[in-house]
Design a protein around this ligand. Structure first.
Ligand SMILES: [Zn+2]
Length: 87
């Protein structure tokens, strides 16, 4: 998901943390992507409140999808662990 910077019109992307992915795996990466900062190549971090209202609405929908994806991944892991291989 890419957004347009409200300051310079450049491309803004979600912050990505390799560390978060290493420590918490797929779920951690999804949650970091959902709640992490927005970064403009030129301006650095952009607070969500600086984006226009319609863009913020899109972000909320995107965040919901990311959380769903994270929960689905978590449910899959729990399901895999609940399978007893000795049976
Ligand atoms: Zn910018």
């Amino acid at each position: 998901m890419a957004y347009v910077c409200p300051r310079c019109g450049g491309k803004v992307s979600r912050g990505y943390s390799r560390g978060a992915q290493m420590t918490a795996g797929l779920v951690g990466a999804a949650f970091y992507a959902a709640f992490g900062p927005f970064q403009c190549v030129k301006c650095g971090r952009i607070p969500k409140s600086e984006f226009p209202a319609d863009v913020q609405a899109r972000m909320v929908r995107g965040t919901g999808l990311l959380i769903l994806a994270g929960l689905a991944a978590l449910a899959l892991v729990i399901w895999l662990f609940s399978l007893n291989p000795s049976n």
